[in-house]
Structure formats: C-alpha cells, structure tokens
Design a binder for this molecule. Structure first.
Ligand code: E4P
Length: 217
C-alpha cells in the first residue's frame, strides 16, 4: 500500500520523505489554510521535494471553471494531481482533464456508486473519506472494501486512496482490505511505529545489557 501524507506542512513532509515513507502528498483548501502559505508556492515546494503525485484541489464549483483551475494547478509541476469534488461538474472536469493526460483525484467520495462514477470518468484516484463516515456512525472501512470489490469485478484501474484516515487502526484496516493508497496526517504516520510492548521490551533489554558490563565496540 502506498503512503501519501495528508498535509501542506513542508517540514513534516520532508521529515517523513527522508525515511522513505512518502509515495505522494494530498492537500486540500483546509490544509492550505492551516499552512498559512500561498497555494502555488507551497504546492511547488512540495512537488520539488516529493517524487510521487501531489494532489492540489480546485475551488470552483462549475465544470468550465474547474477545468481552468485544474489546468493552472497542473502547470505548477509535472507530478500534480488535480483534485476535484465528486459532483457532476467535478466528473465532467475529470473526463476533460484526464483526456488531456492529467492525473485526477476525485475527492469527497462517500458511497460505492459515487466511486463507480469516478472510475467511469477516468479518475486516476478515488478518495473515500473514511473518518468522516465514522464521525456519523457509518463504516468508512466497509466502504473501502465495497469499492475494492466493485472495481475488481469490472477491472477499473482507478486507485483507491483511503482518505480522512484518523488512526493506526484505520491504516491497518484499509491495508488489510486492499486500498491501493492511504493518506494520513504526519502524526498518524508517526504513530504507526509505536507499540507499548516494543518500549517495554527495549527497556528490559537495555537494563539487562547494563548488568553485563559489556560494550559493543
Ligand atoms: C485528503 O485527500 C482529504 O482531504 C483528507 O484526508 C480529509 O481528512 P479529514 O476528514 O480528516 O479532514
């Protein structure tokens, strides 16, 4: 499963990138706001840093304006993925932009039928938001499984990008169920390495080692 970082924080992305943990990046208007940066500047910096796809989201709501914004965003760097909302206008823009050879990530997906439409419109990625479904007592992980089954039934090549990932369990669940990609905030990716038994085991090994009086030289 590929790891995307869901952030517009260049330092946090760079830190994970040095560890080889970054296959791509996703941003959205809320993350640009949080960064306090200009969208073009920060997106360009991220694209220079990371080899994989970097999603940058349009804010227009009408297809022609989305296409204009999408072309502008795609001009920032060759690894830009234009992010479009799952509306009929977004799907129309998806068809046009993918027809021009641009990568498109269709976002704000909350149902299997929406995911089916995105695949038919040629999306490179579909972003089902699992945390936001869990927030309203629906099962976000189950949606990833349903989309996996439908895409596999018909051989759609659109990659399933599990988004709105909030926890270590979300990452494990979507990996088990066959998501192609997951995008998570840097804090969640850092937590993937943590386990209390690892800490306890290491403390015991170190205290026993101390008692041997030895050194590794
Ligand atoms: C990524 O593409 C999404 O915009 C992001 O994962 C949404 O996450 P949130 O629901 O935690 O805001």
């Amino acid at each position: 499963m590929k790891f995307f970082v869901d952030s517009a924080d260049v330092a946090a992305i760079a830190e994970l990138n040095e560890l080889g943990m970054v296959d791509g990046v996703t941003t959205n208007p809320s993350l640009i706001l949080k960064s306090g940066r200009d969208i073009t500047e920060v997106t360009r910096e991220i694209c220079e840093l990371v080899d994989g796809p970097v999603s940058a989201e349009v804010v227009a709501t009408e297809a022609d304006a989305m296409i204009t914004e999408g072309r502008k965003l795609a001009g920032i760097a060759p690894n830009i993925t234009v992010k479009l909302p799952l509306t009929w206008d977004g799907l129309k823009a998806c068809k046009v932009l993918t027809g021009e050879g641009k990568m498109v990530n269709v976002t704000l997906c909350f149902s299997v039928t929406q995911a089916l439409l995105a695949a038919k419109a040629g999306a490179s990625f579909i972003s089902p938001f699992i945390g936001r479904l869990d927030d309203i007592n629906l099962d976000g992980v189950e949606l990833i499984g349903d989309i996996r089954q439908v895409y596999d039934n018909y051989g759609f090549e659109t990659e399933i990008l599990a988004a709105s990932v909030r926890s270590v369990n979300h990452v494990a669940d979507v990996a088990r169920i066959g998501a192609d990609v997951m995008t998570a905030p840097p804090e969640v990716i850092h937590k993937l390495a943590l386990h209390p038994l690892t800490d306890a085991g290491l403390a015991k090994f170190l205290s026993d080692w101390e008692k041997t009086g030895q050194k590794i030289v």
